[in-house]
Design a protein around this ligand. Structure first.
Ligand code: SAM
Ligand code: SF4
Length: 364
């Protein structure tokens, strides 16, 4: 039974130079209308008791707490439900964080990206280093006990020492969880234009691999589990919601451009406001794409997503096609066989981790 929901909030104060997530500048009227639509979209789905609720964006913290509450009021959850909200430092105050806690948000994912003023400027972030740290400290003071920090590395001209300084700050703050993604040069973004014009250069592959190696080593030294390719956590503090994605579990996705996976169908919502509002007003699912997941696709997803979970991996498939792929990957040292709770499972090896994309391609 599905027990997870992703709620997309497609608003940002200002677009960051590298980002191609679905998000726009907005006014109060548009945000109000959007929240009403979300409420109506949620009503199209059966009432479910949720184990995880995730407000992602864009910048969910741009909404007022009463608007988040309006959405939460539509959902059945209790104090054991993991309720995550992505936060941009510039959009919250002590009062707002307190209100968010009062209405049931119990996990924050703070978009820090870097602690270095030079990179924050380059990235086009709206907050300074001290505002990022202050938001984290405030959240702690107020009593949030499950905080994640988002960072990026392999930034234009970033040195290994600069990354090391960012990591030192993370370990000083000591959050329960952090994710760190290497910069993806997304076509159509200002960053991509600068790459094409030669103003920015991609990080050399060997340097990027050294950076990733350092992230892994330093995290281990600081008692973080490296539980997913780009995600690290203190014991038991994995993102319960995101882990469901990697376990290929079904989830409901609502909001502009949101994806979902329900009753064997992977779907994607409409990405244009006017069409999205229109479908909701007509009490129709605002979907633009639906894909029926047959057994073959299910296995494909299960392998590609499951291998991302570095401590859990995947259970073996009885399908001959997979047997041959496993043999090849085992022979090349990309995966290893382990026993977890009396079950044989495959995990990525360190070599496989650094060449993960090649491994995943074998399953497609
Ligand atoms: C959609 S954002 C939501 C967080 C929030 N909007 C913020 O940025 O403060 C989720 C995360 O994706 C990562 N991200 C976004 N664009 C990226 C890119 N082009 N390359 C790598 N990571 C990216 C960032 O770490 C970001 O925090
Ligand atoms: S990175 Fe986050 S804050 Fe920046 S534009 Fe993308 S969604 Fe908005």
């Amino acid at each position: 039974m599905v027990d997870a929901i992703y709620i997309h909030i497609p608003f940002c104060v200002k677009k960051c130079g590298y980002c191609d997530f679905l998000s726009f500048q907005s006014d109060e009227k548009q945000r109000d209308r959007y929240v009403d639509s979300l409420v109506n979209e949620i009503r199209l789905y059966p009432k479910i008791k949720y184990d995880t609720i995730y407000f992602g964006g864009g910048t969910p913290s741009l909404l007022e707490p009463f608007q988040i509450k309006k959405i939460l009021d539509e959902l059945d959850f209790d104090k054991d439900t993991e309720v995550t909200l992505e936060v941009n430092p510039k959009t919250v105050t002590r009062e707002k964080l307190q209100e968010l806690k009062n209405i049931g948000i119990n996990r924050l994912s703070i978009g820090i990206q870097s602690f270095n003023e030079k990179f924050l400027k380059k990235l086009g972030r709206i907050h300074t280093n001290s505002e990022g740290i202050a938001t984290y400290e405030l959240a702690k003071e107020i009593g949030f006990e499950n905080i994640s920090i988002d960072l990026m590395f392999s930034l234009p001209d970033q040195t290994i020492d600069e990354l090391k300084e960012d990591l030192d700050k993370v370990f000083l703050l000591n959050p329960e969880h952090f994710s760190i993604y290497s910069l993806i040069w997304e076509e159509g973004t200002p960053f991509y234009e600068k790459l094409i014009s030669g103003e920015y250069e991609e990080t050399d592959n060997d340097i990027e691999a050294d950076m990733y190696k350092m992230i892994i080593e330093r995290s281990k030294e600081n008692n973080y589990h490296h539980y997913e390719i780009s995600n690290f956590c203190k014991e038991g503090k994995e993102s319960r919601h995101n882990t469901k994605y990697w376990r290929n579990k079904e989830y409901i996705g609502v909001g502009l451009g949101a994806s979902g996976y329900l009753e064997n169908i992977r779907y994607k919502n409409i990405s244009e406001f006017s069409k999205y509002f229109n479908e909701i007003e007509n009490k129709r699912f605002p979907r633009v794409e639906e894909e029926i997941v047959d057994n073959e696709m299910l296995e494909e997803y299960r392998h590609i997503l499951g291998l991302r979970l570095l401590e859990e991996g995947i259970s073996l498939s009885s399908d001959e096609k997979y047997f041959n792929i496993y043999q090849k990957l085992l022979k090349n040292g990309y995966i290893k066989e382990v026993q977890i709770e009396n079950q044989e499972r495959y995990l990525l090896t360190e070599k496989g981790l650094f060449l993960a994309n090649e491994v995943f391609e074998e399953f497609i």
